[in-house]
Design a binder for this molecule. Structure first.
Ligand code: ZN
Length: 61
């Protein structure tokens, strides 16, 4: 089950896909904010909404 490597809270696979790397994330809504996650470098689409980022990342390769 995916979880936050910082606080251990459960996170969704979509969340990992957008904000994480190698199946883990260093922050989650329980221990940080989406703004901080976006500023953390995992996502550089600062002008996109979170929903747009989720849709973009969910496309199968
Ligand atoms: Zn966390």
């Amino acid at each position: 089950m995916p979880h936050c490597s910082d606080c251990g809270a459960y996170v969704t696979r979509d969340f990992i896909r957008v904000f994480g790397a190698d199946g883990t994330v260093s922050g989650c809504p329980d221990c940080t904010t989406y703004r901080d996650l976006n500023n953390g470098g995992a996502v550089d689409g600062a002008g996109e909404s979170r929903a747009e980022q989720l849709r973009g990342k969910k496309r199968p390769l």
